[in-house]
Design a protein around this ligand. Structure first.
Ligand code: CA
Length: 221
């Protein structure tokens, strides 16, 4: 019997990966390449990637939006889980997304990914009036600048179909959200988001302790 989530030490986490992770060769290579970069911690954990890919398959998602692509691990793991469909991947960084594109091509899924470089609020705002996109999105992954998470939420919720899901990354922010001695902009923004989602009747939510914390919100109507 358990009244809280099991604590994962390195040994147990390694075991979890050893008996559950099915990572493609290209994903492995990309993870290795990214781990050498200064911002490597921006890459999602491999078990989280596999969890997202499974969710995507369960809901039969075809049309995805990713806000914050970095070197494209999450994009790639989702693209490999898609049989057909499209991922609109948004990022402002041309350097890291160049790495992403190389691996997408290597995995032969680049045809499923529509990379858009620029300010995500501007790009999402432009989509709001597009009748083709409006209500067609099944799955959204938000993993960009934390101070804009609430903006990204409103803008993508409006594009999401009923029963579609939005995933928010880093909602536990290495524990800082629960420690009031942290009062920086990102931590405050994530606390605000978490509190906002809890009372938002437009969605069902769950927050899970995978990676750096992941909230899943399902659009009700
Ligand atoms: Ca992240």
């Amino acid at each position: 019997m358990s009244k809280s989530t099991i604590e994962l030490n390195q040994g147990l986490y390694d075991y979890l990966l050893s008996v559950s992770l099915r990572e493609s060769r290209v994903l492995k290579d990309l993870r290795k390449t990214t781990s050498l970069l200064p911002n490597a911690r921006m890459q999602i954990a491999p078990d989280q990637g596999q969890f997202m890919a499974l969710l995507l398959k369960i809901i039969g998602a075809k049309n995805l939006i990713e806000v914050g692509t970095y070197t494209g691990y999450s994009t790639l793991v989702c693209a490999q889980a898609l049989k057909e469909g499209k991922i609109i991947a948004i990022d402002r960084d041309e350097v890291s997304t160049k790495i992403a594109q190389k691996y997408w091509r290597d995995a032969e899924v680049d045809n499923l990914i529509d990379l858009r470089i620029g300010d995500a609020v501007d790009i999402l705002e432009e989509m709001q009036d597009d009748p083709v996109i409006q209500g067609s999105i099944d799955f959204v992954f938000i993993d960009a600048d934390k101070s804009n998470y609430l903006n990204y939420y409103e803008l993508t919720l409006n594009l999401l179909r009923k029963n579609g899901i939005i995933l928010f990354d880093n909602v536990l922010w290495d524990g800082a959200v629960a420690d009031q001695s942290f009062q920086d902009e990102d931590t405050i923004a994530l606390r605000k988001l978490n509190e906002f989602l809890l009372q938002d009747d437009r969605v069902d939510i769950t927050m899970i302790a995978i990676g750096d914390g992941l909230t899943i919100a399902r659009k009700k109507t």
